[in-house]
Design a protein around this ligand. Structure first.
Ligand code: HEM
Length: 368
């Protein structure tokens, strides 16, 4: 493990870790959109006199059910690889949290239906208080799910001796000093991703105000830098060293460079009166660098927390799974599912009430 990720690892381990990281990045993009997006929706409805009107709110309302299903579906792929990579760790944490962990399923279903309710005509005929009450359900359910994943992850990297003690307490909630700062990094880190995807959605419609989008993205970037600094200070030496270890150092540098590229990119975007697709490519590149880099660093932190002996004891399991067949069946199902997702995307866009009309002009004057 003296080489940058994924070099220096046995082929099966390197393969599973790489596909795990790539698929997790996809999950993170959708998950960030729903985390920050449902918070923005709730804020819009909670503002006195505001019934969730406004161009950005309309886009969020329209697309949120699709994005939530995207986050859930895109979570399945890394979940499959996670089980091959860290089978015992993942399942032990799951079993220890038990009902608490399984609660994410009904909670997400509630959140999902509240999002559909938010789009319904029925809600427009209700009072502002009822609409606001419905609008807070999605963010509560999404935040609870995110919290559960972090809690489960932190418990999964504890030692078997700790798991034994935890089981003895019969507790179903795990608290860790890293929990709050880590959650904060996820929470505020979701803002720049949401703003970027939203900016592309606005660009497609020929709407959106570059300066205000850039302001929110910039605030998100400052907050995520501050939250990461708090996480760095609140964590232990093993975690701190993992970021600058040979395995992760180039990726950590890429993530920091990504923050810089995003900041410069948003500054450039804000100078135009209307959203410019070519300019938006700059913060997009920065975001890929930051999210990709941080996802590798996150894995390096887990590997460091497990320790070399425990991590290396997982290698034979990876080699065994790698030796099994089924790649073509997997690729076949992958193609079918990818086609279905594209179809659903097309259906949402086709039936969108906020889709651009015949006057659509991505480079035209903003409507907002
Ligand atoms: C839509 C609500 C969801 C939110 C807000 C969410 C949020 C998160 C967060 C914050 C993490 C990182 C935890 C950490 O590193 O501290 C995470 C990891 C992950 N999520 Fe999600 N998630 C959601 C739904 C799902 C679903 C439904 C699945 C599976 C079908 C899933 C699969 C995963 C996987 C596999 C990981 C990596 C876990 C690990 O490496 O330990 N997520 N998610």
């Amino acid at each position: 493990m003296d080489a940058p990720f994924p070099f220096g690892l046995p082929l099966p381990t390197a393969f599973y870790l790489t596909v795990y990281v790539v698929t997790l990045v996809l999950h993170v993009v959708f998950m960030n959109y729903v985390l920050a997006g449902t918070a923005a929706l709730a804020a819009a409805y909670l503002r006195p006199g505001n019934r969730g009107t406004g161009e950005s709110t309309a886009i969020l309302k329209e697309w949120m059910p699709f994005m939530l299903s995207g986050a859930i579906t895109a979570g399945v792929a890394p979940l499959l690889f996670l089980q091959i990579l860290y089978k015992r760790e993942y399942y032990t944490a799951n079993l220890l949290l038990f009902n608490r962990w399984m609660a994410i399923l009904p909670v997400l279903i509630f959140g999902f239906y509240a999002l559909y309710l938010l789009k319904s005509r029925w809600l427009t005929r209700r009072t502002g208080c009822i609409a606001a009450a419905v609008a807070v359900v999605p963010i509560l359910s999404v935040a609870f799910t995110g919290y559960s994943w972090t809690e489960n992850h932190l418990l999964s990297v504890r030692s078997p001796a700790f798991w034994g003690e935890f089981y003895g307490t019969r507790a179903q909630v795990y608290h860790d000093p890293q929990l709050l700062p880590r959650l904060l990094v996820w929470a505020v880190g979701s803002v720049p991703t949401l703003v970027l995807v939203l900016a592309w959605q606005h660009w497609y419609r020929g709407t959106g105000r570059p300066a205000s989008l850039a302001r929110v993205a910039g605030t998100g970037l400052v907050l995520v830098t501050a939250a990461t600094a708090w996480y760095y200070l609140a964590t232990d030496d093993t975690t701190r060293q993992a970021f600058v270890s040979p395995l992760a150092a180039p990726y950590f540098a890429a993530a920091c460079l990504g923050l810089l590229v995003q900041s410069v990119g948003w500054g450039w975007v804000s100078l135009s009166p209307a959203l410019d697709g070519r300019k938006l490519l700059v913060p997009s590149l920065g975001l890929v660098l930051t999210v990709g880099g941080m996802t590798v660093c996150r894995e390096a932190v887990r590997i460091a927390a497990l320790g070399p002996e425990r991590f290396e004891s997982l290698f034979p399991g990876h080699a065994e799974a790698f030796g099994k067949g089924g790649l073509f069946v997997f690729l076949g199902f992958f193609a079918v599912n990818a086609a279905l997702i594209v179809l659903v995307f097309w259906l949402v866009r086709h039936h969108s009430v906020t889709k651009p009309g015949p006057s659509h002009n991505p480079h035209g004057t903003p409507e907002t």
